[in-house]
Write a protein that binds this ligand. Structure first.
Ligand code: SF4
Ligand code: SF4
Length: 497
């Protein structure tokens, strides 16, 4: 969304006076908000934010949502569907599980389609509902605002107390508060780091890592420490900078949002011209004096975890956390004015009172989304539960058996994509011959793979040419799961075609 269009002019249109001079603005202009970051000073040094504790109906609702999300997030690595993890991103073994479906590198097309689907869904969702994801469900916001920040409020108090504590000289009381806070932060980061590791390794492998002899898992333990320190750094120090500087989604919102998108927005038509509240001035007198409902108390700015003033319009830093909506609603309640001066609304909703509209862009995105969904559904439905690769045994061409047959040795890799152990049989379909599996019977463990050697023997008379194509069926319970084509080598007489 073009911020310029969404940004309200703080004083409303500034009229020219009869002599052509522009009258001085009634409130300080904030036009330069685009020229600097709220969290950096003129020399580029970080300005540490002390957002006030938010309170209100949206904060309460987000807290409830967060409890469910956190419960799901921590339980995630240990929840299974059909014996497979609900979500596992095992980049080490290149094994992935989404909603109990196991994916291997061979399923790269499905993963690519899934990612395309994910990004299209984000585009559709953002075009309609802005950054609802960031405010309500993003793990960074949920952990920061619903876990770490409340602990900070609990130990150090609200923003003014925190500011005073940081400015105060080091005393036993300050040391105690700081150490307690950071020890709790580290412990939480350890917990989050381990959960992250469990998503990567899978719940079972993570459990083995923490219960086994540590000397056998030095790499895993090293990553555990690394993740702990990274999460501690993010939540104790880096904080809102992660959303402003690292997260690409914040950058994308500029192109994904338009004037129909629902965002956290300040109703500048109702709020401007802002001016201090005077007890001796009734709302009617205030309106007659050309003042809007914004009393310029800056409560909305004080609670903002990214330090911005939403009255300047939609900004990249805004994570739609709703804190300013709650803060402003509380002010409106105290003044006896209607809530919603800052609310979920689109630019058109503010300017023209329009409700959420289905735009051609949203229709187009949705069509693309449905097309991708159909393609993904089809691929998943027709996907073989096993994946088989056959390679000729290294260094071998063919051999002649004592009985005079020609044999070829292969190495076979069978991947079981299901959540159940799978007994499989291999049968030579064409031509008729003998197939011997070393290490039979073959049982492929759930969501795992086995490697085996296979010997194929043919009568010399069956060899029309070399190499010659043969077909092997991979069967389970008498059902053919996959048919493999590979080449068979042998001595071919020069007189044969
Ligand atoms: S909290 Fe509401 S009234 Fe106060 S400055 Fe913000 S928008 Fe204006
Ligand atoms: S402007 Fe409001 S919604 Fe946006 S980040 Fe700040 S407090 Fe949250």
């Amino acid at each position: 969304m073009d911020d310029t269009r969404s940004r309200p002019v703080p004083q409303g249109p500034v009229p020219l006076t009869g002599n052509g001079r522009t009258p001085p603005p009634a409130v300080p202009r904030s036009d330069d908000f685009r020229d600097h970051l709220a969290t950096a000073d003129a020399r580029g040094r970080r300005i540490w934010l002390y957002p006030r504790k938010p309170q209100g109906r949206y904060t309460r609702a987000r807290r409830i949502v967060s409890v469910f999300l956190l419960a799901f997030l921590f339980a995630g690595p240990f929840l299974t569907i059909n014996g497979n993890p609900v979500l596992m991103i095992n980049v080490v073994e290149r094994r992935f599980s989404v909603l109990g479906q196991v994916f291997w590198p061979q399923d790269a097309a499905i993963l690519a389609l899934g990612l395309l689907l994910f990004f299209t869904a984000i585009a559709v969702f953002t075009a309609a509902f802005g950054r609802l994801w960031c405010g309500w469900t993003c793990p960074q916001t949920v952990f920061m605002e619903m876990v770490f920040r409340p602990i900070e409020y609990w130990i150090e108090g609200d923003a003014p107390e925190q500011r005073a504590l940081n400015a105060a000289p080091w005393t036993a009381r300050k040391l105690f508060k700081k150490v307690t806070k950071h020890v709790i932060f580290l412990a939480l980061s350890f917990l989050i780091g381990n959960t992250f590791l469990a998503y990567i390794l899978g719940g079972r492998a993570w459990w083995a890592l923490v219960t086994d002899d540590p000397r056998r898992h030095l790499t895993g333990l090293g990553f555990m420490l690394l993740f702990t320190l990274v999460f501690y750094g993010v939540f104790a120090r880096f904080r809102e900078q992660a959303c402003t500087f690292i997260c690409p989604y914040g950058r994308f919102q500029s192109v994904l949002l338009d004037e129909h998108s629902i965002v956290v927005a300040y109703d500048y038509k109702r709020g401007e011209r802002r001016g201090r509240w005077r007890r001796d001035q009734s709302p009617a007198q205030r309106r007659a004096a050309g003042l809007g409902d914004c009393i310029d108390c800056r409560r909305c700015v004080e609670v903002c975890p990214t330090g911005i003033d939403i009255r300047n319009g939609t900004q990249m830093e805004c994570v739609n956390c709703t804190a300013c909506m709650d803060a402003c609603d509380a002010v409106m309640d105290r003044l006896g004015l209607p809530r919603g001066l800052i609310r979920y609304a689109s630019l058109n909703g503010i300017e023209r009172g329009e409700r959420l509209r289905i735009t051609p862009r949203m229709v187009l995105y949705t069509c693309v989304l449905l097309g991708l969904l159909t393609a993904l559904g089809f691929i998943l439905a027709t996907r073989s539960p096993v994946d088989v690769t056959v390679l000729r045994a290294p260094g071998s061409l063919f051999q002649k058996t004592p009985e005079g047959r020609i044999s070829n040795l292969y190495q076979m890799k069978i991947v079981n994509k299901t959540g159940q152990p799978m007994p499989v049989e291999l049968n030579l379909l064409e031509p008729t011959g003998r197939l011997t599996v070393f290490g039979a019977p073959l049982v492929v463990p759930a969501g795992d793979l086995i490697q085996t050697s296979v010997l194929v023997e043919l009568e010399p008379g069956q060899l029309h040419k070399s190499p010659m194509e043969i077909r092997i069926a991979v069967q389970h319970d008498g059902r053919t799961l996959q048919t493999i084509r590979t080449s068979f080598l042998g001595p071919v007489s020069p007189t044969r075609p």
